[in-house]
Ligand binder design. Structure first.
Ligand SMILES: Nc1ncnc2c1ncn2[C@@H]1O[C@H](COP(=O)(O)OP(=O)(O)OP(=O)(O)O)[C@@H](O)[C@H]1O
Length: 268
C-alpha cells in the first residue's frame, strides 16, 4: 500500500447560486495525515466529496497523483475512485440494511473487482484480516444494524481498508460516540496510519480526537481555508477564537489539543 497525493487548484463548488467551497490551492503530499476542521457548513464534507470525485466542481482541477479527475471518462473515474476509501458521516449511510459485518467489509473488496466477478480466497483472507485487526472477530456474523455506533464505525474503517486505499477520507468518524469509543476509534486511525502508507484526510469538530500523528490542520470557514499549518499553530486559542467567534481556549494533554470553555474561568 502506498499513499496517494492530492492537489486542488482554483476550485469553486456552487450550490443554489452560491459558492460553498472556494480553494485557490491545496496540496496534500502522499503519506500525509491532515485534519480538516471548521464551523458548521464551512464546506468540509464538500471538500471530501470533491476530492473523492463524488462532486464535480464548477471550476478548477482536482488531481490525484498526476491524474486530473475532470479529464477522466466515467469508467476511468470509477477506477480511480477505488483508490480512495471514503467513510461518510453516519447520517449519510443506511445502517438498516440487513448485511453481516463480513458482508459489509467484503463490499470494500468487491469494489476492486470487475462487475460480476466473485471474491476469491485471497480476497476473503484480506477481509478477515481487517475484521481481526479492528477487533471485530466475535462480531463477524452479526448484522451491521445490530452493532453499536462505535462498532459500526470500526466496520466501515475495515471496509475502507479492505479496499487497499491509497487515500483514506473520514468524515467525523467519532461523531455520536461516547468518550471511550471516541478514544478507541482515534487510536485505531492512528495505528492504521502508522502501519500503512495511506494518506489520511480526517474531518472532525472535536480537535481532541485528531491523533498526534495528524501533523497538519486545515481550518475552513464559509467555504474558504482560513488557516493551514501544524497543530500548534492552527489549534491555538487565538486562531480558533477568530475563526469560531467563541470564548474558549485550547489545552494540550497527551499530545492532543482540546478546546475548553473560557468564559466561566474569566480568562476571555
Ligand atoms: N445540495 C446542496 N444544495 C444547497 N446547498 C448545499 C448543498 N450541499 C451542501 N450545501 C451547503 O453547502 C455548505 C457546506 O456544506 P458541507 O456539508 O460541506 O459543510 P460541513 O462543513 O461539512 O458542515 P457540518 O460541519 O455542519 O457537517 C452548507 O451551507 C450546506 O448547506
Amino acid at each position: 500500500m502506498t499513499g496517494g497525493s492530492l492537489s486542488l487548484s482554483q476550485i469553486s463548488v456552487r450550490r443554489s447560486g452560491r459558492a460553498i467551497l472556494s480553494i485557490d490551492d491545496l496540496t496534500i503530499p502522499a503519506g500525509a495525515f491532515v485534519g480538516i476542521i471548521g464551523t458548521n457548513g464551512a464546506g468540509k464534507t464538500t471538500l471530501l466529496k470533491t476530492c473523492a470525485g463524488l462532486i464535480a466542481p464548477a471550476q478548477g482541477t482536482v488531481q490525484i497523483d498526476d491524474v486530473d479527475l475532470g479529464r477522466l471518462g466515467p469508467w476511468a473515474r470509477c477506477r480511480l475512485r477505488k483508490r480512495i476509501g471514503y467513510i461518510p458521516q453516519s447520517t449519510e449511510y443506511n445502517a438498516e440494511l440487513p448485511f453481516t459485518v463480513r458482508e459489509v467489509v467484503a463490499m470494500g473488496r468487491t469494489s476492486l473487482k470487475p462487475l460480476l466477478v466473485r471474491l476469491d480466497r485471497q480476497d476473503y483472507a484480506v477481509v478477515d484480516r481487517w475484521i481481526e485487526t479492528l477487533g471485530l472477530g466475535s462480531r463477524r456474523d452479526q448484522t451491521f444494524r445490530s452493532l453499536s455506533g462505535g462498532e459500526q464505525q470500526k466496520v466501515l474503517i475495515a471496509r475502507a481498508m479492505a479496499q487497499d486505499p491509497e487515500i483514506l477520507m473520514l468524515d467525523e468518524p467519532c461523531a455520536n460516540l461516547d468518550f471511550n469509543w471516541k478514544h478507541q476509534i482515534s487510536e485505531i486511525i492512528e495505528q492504521l496510519y502508522r502501519q500503512t502508507n495511506v494518506t489520511i484526510l480526517m474531518v472532525s469538530h472535536e480537535t481532541g480526537v485528531l491523533p498526534p500523528a495528524c501533523e497538519r490542520i486545515v481550518l475552513f470557514r464559509e467555504g474558504r481555508i482560513v488557516a493551514d499549518g501544524t497543530p500548534d499553530v492552527v489549534l491555538s486559542t487565538e486562531v480558533l477564537r477568530r475563526a469560531y467567534d467563541g470564548a474558549f481556549r485550547v489545552v494540550v494533554a497527551e499530545g492532543r489539543r482540546y478546546t475548553v470553555n473560557a468564559e466561566s474561568e474569566g480568562d476571555r
